[in-house]
Write a protein that binds this ligand. Structure first.
Ligand code: ADP
Ligand code: PAZ
Ligand code: K
Length: 246
């Protein structure tokens, strides 16, 4: 089965074997989808599940690619409950399906844990909480690049691109880079603390998305319990969603 996760920056895909293992995975910038060459492994699949949160243009590109590959496909949607996980969003279907898929994969991975915080560090960065078999709510924060670009585009003297993380930065680049990092890590740590006091237990923190690897070192420093880096969490969740139906 082919799972596709089209976020607002990049489209990630993975071919799953019948036992649920990923046989091949790839990523393509949405801006380069028109030039995407269909991998031979896609031809081994019969069916695809697609999560698109990037709007109509990307949906059209995906439709064209899947038709060219001769694959049947279904658009993944968040639901009120899937595989035993309840979705407490006021309008369950309005939850980003990439968020829902990552929550499902984390829920399955950490079924025996009391609480889990799922961080998806993408174009936007989401921080979602699982407690007592339910998604109980989450934050949407501007992603790392989005925050850096906001500084760049809205100030004349700030260029955070080449900065480094410093405790007390002493130059403009380090000051803005460290500022963006602290804003993001601060939101994650605060939400983990809130979840911990809400459930009187230390939550498992799992992080995925294009910026996850970059955030891991500082998150490992600030969290007692080492956070888990799970690169393909959304794709794993999409596989679970589709397999649950068959
Ligand atoms: N090769 C890359 N191209 C674009 N963004 C990248 C790349 N590598 C890491 N990133 C970072 O990952 C973020 C996008 O992560 P991703 O999970 O693909 O986002 P989305 O799911 O929203 O498309 C970007 O904001 C950027 O900071
Ligand atoms: C929050 C998101 C923009 C994150 O998308 P991404 O950064 O992965 O492109 C996406 O999950 C989305 O469009 N959600 C719909 C609104 C919501 O979840 O409330
Ligand atoms: K994403």
């Amino acid at each position: 089965m082919l799972a596709i996760d089209s976020g607002n920056t990049r489209t990630k895909w993975a071919v799953f074997a019948d036992d649920g293992r990923i046989q091949e995975a790839g990523v393509c910038l949405n801006a380069e989808l028109a030039a995407f060459v269909i991998p031979p492994s896609w031809q081994l699949c019969k069916h695809a599940i697609v999560a698109n949160v990037a709007g109509e243009r990307v949906a059209a590109s995906m439709t064209a690619l899947l038709k060219k590959a001769g694959l049947s496909y279904v658009w993944a949607k968040a639901e009120a409950e899937t595989l035993g996980l309840k979705n407490k969003y006021e309008v369950p279907e309005s939850l980003g399906v990439d968020r829902w898929a990552a929550l499902l994969a984390a829920f399955k991975r950490y079924l025996n844990q009391p609480a889990c915080l799922v961080v998806n560090a993408g174009t936007a960065l989401t921080i979602d909480a699982i407690y007592q078999n339910a998604f109980i709510g989450g934050l949407i924060v501007p992603g790392f690049s989005m925050m850096q670009n906001a500084l760049l585009q809205n100030t004349s003297a700030v260029n955070p691109q080449s900065g480094q993380a410093k405790t007390f930065p002493l130059n403009t680049a380090d000051a803005s880079y460290s500022g963006v990092l602290s804003a993001i890590v601060g939101a994650i740590v605060m939400q983990a603390d809130k979840l911990e006091s809400h459930c009187q237990d230390v939550p498992t923190v799992v992080i995925t998305g294009g910026d996850a690897a970059m955030l891991m070192p500082i998150l490992t420093q600030v969290f007692g319990a080492k956070p888990v880096l799970a690169d393909n969490l959304v794709l794993e969740g999409l596989y679970l969603m589709e397999r649950a139906k068959s």
